[in-house]
Design a protein around this ligand. Sequence first.
Ligand SMILES: [Zn+2]
Length: 273
Amino acid sequence: MKKILILAVLMLALLFSVSAVIAGKPDSKAGKAVNPTVEKNNEFSLPENAKEVAPGVFYLGESMDKGKVVEGYAFVHYAKGSKSAARPKPVVDDTVDMYKLLFKGIKWADTMQYEVNTTGSGLDDDAVRTALSASLETWDTAIIGDFELFNDDLLTTESGFDSGDRKNRVTWNDLGTSGTIAMNSFWFYRTTKEIVESDVVFNTAYVWSIDDVCANNAMDLQNIATHEFGHNGLADLYVSKSAELTMYGYSSNGETKKRTLGTGDIAGINELY
Ligand SMILES: [Zn+2]
């Protein structure tokens, strides 16, 4: 009997945490410029005497039920990046010195230049150029030596994505709805490790923003572009310790932290150029 009651409490606790996460899903149709996931997590509170006995597992204490003692536990499923998830607080900030080179050090031999076709971006042509130039300049500013990696004077092209034509194109295309925000495809000589082409495609399935403060239902263009341009030699990082760096492989709507480089990003680009 006691076991059944404990199980029932556990199931209730589980249902509660799960429903909180589901309710926290951003409602894109309503276009709300808030982050309901974080709000829900902040609103949701366990009883004051709840004790965390394992990460995300809370002991709620015991009470009497039909003359028998019942124990309560809550399993809390945190949304990534919420305040609660950061406890106990690990050292994850943009001073993390972590980077990974693509194919052990492929790179451009000379300054490279992109052509841009803003069709499908839903944004003003000049605004797109301003955001992309800022992303390119962010990397060049970080390079300590004299080498200029990017010519931030973006050329215009009417062409779409064409990988392998030795043109460096920035375009918008439908990359599906399974979570791909953007893509960088590149070509390099295996023998000399020289990069000879880089193409960036932004997914038209997302709403793109060039606003200073990015709405929570849109992808910040400068944020994602800075990451994609980093693939001119740097690889994605997926460990959680790298979460604040520009080369971290995941992003979300409203995010702008990748506009500026972290310690690892700067170390990586200077290892190459
Ligand atoms: Zn990437």
